[in-house]
Write a protein that binds this ligand. Structure first.
Ligand code: FES
Length: 911
């Protein structure tokens, strides 16, 4: 700790931070632009001036930039000094000379950091009488709108985009006072993290283009705390609604998870909620009648469902990794654990179950994203995190700076002095090893980027573990090249203080997952504090994995073995089975079942086969719980109530349970009741109720309002329906209210619907919610970790290193290549994301292509998993010989369970 003096008053502060961060933590108001808690100090905007004094006798002092001055013991500054105040006000006035005075019509207006800082310093009258400098704006693609005239040259955008996120195509260009932040020419921003420019930019240069299409003023948005549903990381978000449609997604700070950032899929994938494919009515038809679905009333629908649930009825429930824990649990309760199936292929269910077991057994612990960012050596085994779990790749980009920063420590440069540290470290990277079937976007930073088939990746992993500790299984017939790679990687990981082993389900290989576990276990056994991080396919894969380890193939097998025992009724929860496995198997199941009930929010192929179709709420209209890949259990809250006949999935299922006479559930009304039952009945999920305060939580007897105090129009916004102001909808299921009324102060971190503080209207207001700026939120970060390794866990190595991959003469091993935009089911329904999707293709090695006589872009037929599809060949250098790659989740590739062997032929030659 250090004692510093601010305007002659002593303060005990954390040593080693800069004065700006320290003063903001203490609650002082100092304007700033170029500094940001995540990208630190560069000293370019000169807005954060304070006066520093040598000692108590010094009365003259000197102006310093608080972001560039350490808060060391004995430091004396004045924030209130007239000269310092004048300096800050003058800087703002300069910045405003060319800034348009367009706040009333600016997209950023009302949530603008420049607006706040201008008011803070008291600049109100423009003295500049000349023509303002203007720029030409660029078309930067479907996510980001560009308005360069608003720029104040703080450099935050390029520092985030290039230095922090590794982007290359945005830069600063210019001559004399025409400093320009943009691309060298119009074009789509390439970085997967470009959306963060919206929050990083302190003015309105980079704004959300998807919001612009259905713009609403920021203070008119009803907002709620949410959790991203587009990958397994569980990044925290704030969803914003107006007039019953979802308008935008913002980052919700969670120090342990996403910090200040989101990926573009998470930020811009939200528009599926507003999709024209949303199901808004209850539909039904006579079972197997072939007649079209027709609207029915809720009573009739529930009556018909109840008739299918009579005592002794054979009902199968198919859950979903994209549905909430509550909904999956209720379906399992309805049909019984033995008739509940994870709605994924067996192969995926097996991988997820294995991951849960490995993480619970330890001794290596799964790190949070913050801990991943702090690692000092990284091994990625069989995964492409940029596409499967994008923010994890952003964490890796920070982790690989750790070793060079540690090496630069003798120079005495504080870690917040970003520009000096980058110069001192020459932007070098620490150890990063990548073993994957295809190239990844992190390759440019890799110490070694190694390509191989999934089995060879597993062999490399097993070999690394064996190099680390001889007790780990040895790999037979290891090549010298693989042995030396394994040795080099093992040496580097062993020498790190906090290495990270990152793997996941991306390769579809249980052996890759086991090999990663062995490496982390060998490191732990050697006394190295290793983190073991697995990515899983969807937002609640780990939640579903706790409820069932049996996938769809188990169900198909059962039907195949006993054709007369096809289930009478199949209930499908938020799942399109045709995306999961081959259409033939799904058709057989749905043909044989006498009744098919589907609960989902969006029309899709499985829903189209339903006899009874119950429209469910999306994440935006419902509340529930998701378990992230870290095992962090987090609650998301509805931002607006579902309209018309739409209900939350758990509400449909609770009604079904009541109809089936399930007595335990009769007393349950709210998600809290369901969560208490989960905690009692599901091993490993005892702490699920701790994820957020329950529905009865109140502060000073009041709920947390979803609408800000500046919300406008509520007396007139429904005047087209009724001239009287409508009563706000009730929310009996949470401690939040669909209203402006409620507790105005800071709620518990899991219930924060927006950031606002007097004088701080932009996202920078988050500083006021943190114990220490850039650190934990008051009261701790949202969510509760459910998976911790056992105390004093024994080191047990997993066996089964595979034989070396043998390419086949007439077939290729086809793996799924994940795409950040396109492979995830829901985000592709958002128009902006759909524009970024690749078309279908099959990537293959040039050697294989020449052997098969195939040229680039030529159309070929791929026979795989009992089906034949046509794809354009894409010849690449990165895929290993004998291995091909197709884009996961993109038509016509959907439904293939990969990796699998496939035969490639020219069209027309298929037998
Ligand atoms: Fe200190 Fe910009 S915030 S110089």
């Amino acid at each position: 700790m250090a004692t510093i003096y601010i305007d002659n008053r002593p303060y005990e502060v954390k040593d080693g931070q800069n004065l700006l961060q320290t003063c903001l933590t203490l609650g002082f108001d100092i304007p700033y632009f170029c500094w940001h808690p995540a990208i630190h100090s560069v000293g370019s905007c000169r807005a954060c001036a304070v006066k520093q004094f040598r000692d108590e006798k010094d009365t003259r002092g000197k102006i310093v930039m608080s972001c560039m001055t350490p808060a060391s013991d004995g430091t004396r500054i004045s924030i209130d000094d007239p000269e310092a105040r004048h300096f800050r006000a003058t800087v703002i006035e300069w910045l405003m000379t060319n800034h348009p005075h367009d706040c009333p019509v600016c997209d950023e207006g009302g949530e603008c950091h420049l607006q706040d800082m201008t008011v803070m310093t008291g600049h109100t009258v423009r003295r500049f009488r000349f023509k303002k400098r203007t720029h030409r704006n660029q078309d930067l693609g479907p996510f980001i709108n560009h308005e360069m005239n608003r720029c104040i040259q703080c450099y935050r955008c390029v520092r985030f985009y290039r230095d922090y996120a590794g982007g290359r195509d945005l830069d600063v260009l210019g001559c004399h006072n025409h400093v320009y932040f943009g691309r060298h020419e119009d074009g789509v921003l390439e970085s997967e993290f470009s959306g963060n420019l919206v929050e990083i930019c302190p003015t309105g240069v980079f704004t959300d283009r998807t919001l612009k299409r259905h713009y609403t003023r920021k203070w008119d948005l009803q907002t709620a705390p949410s959790v991203c549903v587009h990958c397994s990381l569980g990044c925290n978000t704030i969803s914003g609604e107006r007039y019953g449609s979802l308008r935008r997604m913002l980052n919700r700070y969670n120090h342990e998870v996403n910090g200040y950032f989101l990926c573009d899929r998470g930020r811009f994938g939200y528009e599926f909620v507003n999709s024209s494919r949303r199901m808004r009515h209850i539909l039904a038809r006579e079972s197997r009648s072939g007649r079209p679905l027709a609207p029915v009333g809720i009573d009739e629908a529930l009556h018909r469902v109840a008739s299918l649930l009579h005592f002794g009825a054979d009902v199968v429930g198919i859950g979903s990794p994209r549905a909430s824990l509550e909904a999956n649990f209720l379906l399992r309760l309805l049909v019984g654990p033995e008739r509940f199936y994870a709605g994924t292929p067996d192969a995926e269910a097996e991988l997820v179950s294995a991951i849960i077991t490995i993480l619970r057994e330890g001794p290596a612990r799964t790190p949070s994203l913050r801990e991943a960012r702090e690692s000092d050596a990284v091994l990625i085994l069989g995964e492409d995190p940029t596409t499967t779990a994008p923010l994890l790749s952003l964490a890796v980009r920070q982790a690989i700076r750790r070793e060079p920063i540690d090496k630069a420590k003798p120079l005495g440069i504080p870690e917040w002095f970003d520009s000096a540290l980058r110069t001192a470290t020459e932007n070098k990277s620490g150890p990063l090893f990548i073993a994957s079937p295809a190239s990844t976007k992190l390759d440019d930073k890799a110490t070694l980027a190694w390509r191989g088939a999934p089995d060879d990746i597993a062999r490399l992993g097993f070999a690394i573990a064996h190099e680390l500790l001889e007790d780990a299984p040895a790999v037979p017939h290891l090549t010298e090249e693989m042995r030396s790679a394994a040795r080099a990687i093992a040496t580097s990981l062993r020498g790190a203080k906090q290495p990270l082993v990152l793997s996941g389900t991306g390769c579809g290989s249980i052996r890759v997952i086991r090999a990663a576990a062995n490496i982390a276990r060998a490191l732990s056994a050697g006394g190295v504090k290793a983190g073991l991080c697995y990515t899983v396919p969807e937002c609640n894969s780990l939640g579903l994995g706790h409820l069932s380890g049996r996938g769809l193939d188990s169900l198909f097998r059962e039907i195949g073995n006993k054709p007369d025992r096809a289930p009478e009724t199949v209930i499908v929860l938020e799942n399109n089975l045709y995306r999961r496995t081959t259409s033939g198997a799904v058709d057989e199941l749905l043909d044989k079942a006498r009744h098919v009930v589907v609960i989902d929010h969006t029309m899709q192929a499985t829903a189209a086969r339903a006899d009874i179709l119950l429209p469910s709420a999306t994440f935006a209209e419902s509340s529930g719980t998701l378990i992230s890949n870290e095992g962090r259990c987090q609650r998301f809250f509805q931002v607006f109530p579902p309209a018309g006949e739409i209900r939350q999935s758990w509400q449909w299922l609770l009604d079904m349970l009541h109809a089936a006479g399930q007595t335990d559930s009769m007393r349950w009304e709210h998600p809290d009741d369901i969560n208490r039952a989960i905690a009692e009945m599901v091993p490993g999920l005892q702490r699920v109720i701790e994820a957020a305060p329950g529905a009865s939580f109140r502060i000073a007897g009041r709920k947390i309002p979803r609408q800000p105090h500046r919300y406008s129009g509520r007396t007139s916004m429904h005047a087209d329906k009724d001239i009287r102001e409508q009563r706000p909808p009730d929310d009996p299921d949470s401690a939040m209210a669909f209203s402006m009324e409620g507790y105005e102060g800071q709620p518990p971190s899991a219930l924060i619907p927006r950031y606002w503080s007097p004088g701080w209207n932009s996202v920078q207001a988050v500083s006021r919610y943190q114990k220490e700026v850039g650190g934990q939120l008051h009261g701790g970060d949202p969510g509760v970790r459910l998976i911790e390794p056992k105390d004093q866990a024994k080191t047990v190595f997993l066996g089964d290193p595979p034989e070396a991959f043998e390419p086949r003469e007439d077939e290729l091993l086809v793996t799924g290549l994940y795409h950040i935009f396109g492979s995830e089911e829901l985000s592709i329904l958002s128009p902006a994301i759909a524009q970024r999707m690749p078309g279908p293709y099959i990537g293959m090695n040039r050697e294989d292509a020449s052997r098969l006589g195939i040229s680039d872009k030529e159309e070929i037929e791929l026979s795989i998993c009992g089906t034949t599809i046509r794809l354009a060949a894409s010849l690449r250098d990165d895929l290993p010989p004998g291995v091909a790659g197709v884009p996961s989740g993109i038509k016509p590739v959907i439904g293939l369970v990969l990796p699998a062997w496939g035969k490639i032929q020219k069209p027309g030659k298929t037998k």
